[in-house]
Design a protein around this ligand. Structure first.
Ligand code: COA
Length: 142
């Protein structure tokens, strides 16, 4: 099964942090702090693996009884556009649904809005800046 829930603090979690750093933070000149990583202790950490190698990931964070926030969605640069992101999102949605959540929302990078729209997400607010780049809040009822 290429899709796995990752344990916080495991080797897979370290792999995940490295992928997220390379794909999401390093290009913006940013890093993760110890506190950032500690704060995801109770999150659902999701990875897409091929032969033990992590190729994509995302995180679900509980916001309230009905809503989870999708965060840190990333696929390795050489492997984008091959369907890994879609598979990760479907898996994340199934997990959220199984755990009783009814809505997923996110802060989507402007460059990724088209990806989420293809998967049924809608923009729900005005453009804003986060981690130095433009974002939109997006959401989908499960
Ligand atoms: C955005 C990202 C997660 C998408 O993952 P992916 O594996 O490349 O996406 P998929 O191959 O599963 O694409 C699914 C569909 O969305 C489309 N799509 C993918 N990225 C897109 C984008 N940035 N804009 C518009 N459409 C996009 C694909 O063409 C595909 O369409 P199709 O089904 O009609 O062929 C990935 O490109 C990525 O990691 N980007 C850099 C980091 C990033 O921006 N993360 C999101 C932070 S909010």
């Amino acid at each position: 099964m290429p899709l796995q829930i990752i344990d916080h603090g495991s080797i897979q979690h370290q792999q995940m942090v490295e992928l997220r750093f390379q794909m999401l933070r390093k290009p913006l000149g940013l890093t993760f702090t110890k506190e950032d990583l500690e704060a995801e202790k109770n999150d659902m950490l999701i990875g897409f693996f091929d032969d033990g190698k992590l190729e994509g990931c995302c995180i679900l964070t509980k916001k309230d009884a009905k809503t989870v926030k999708l965060r840190q969605m990333a696929v390795l640069s050489g492997l984008q556009g091959k369907g890994i992101g879609r598979v990760l999102m479907t898996f994340a949605e199934n997990i959220a649904r199984d755990r009783g959540f009814r809505k997923i929302n996110m802060h989507a990078r402007k460059t990724a809005v088209g990806f989420y729209e293809k998967l049924g997400y809608s923009i729900s607010g005005p453009e804003f800046e986060e981690v130095t780049i433009p974002h939109f809040e997006m959401e989908k009822e499960l």
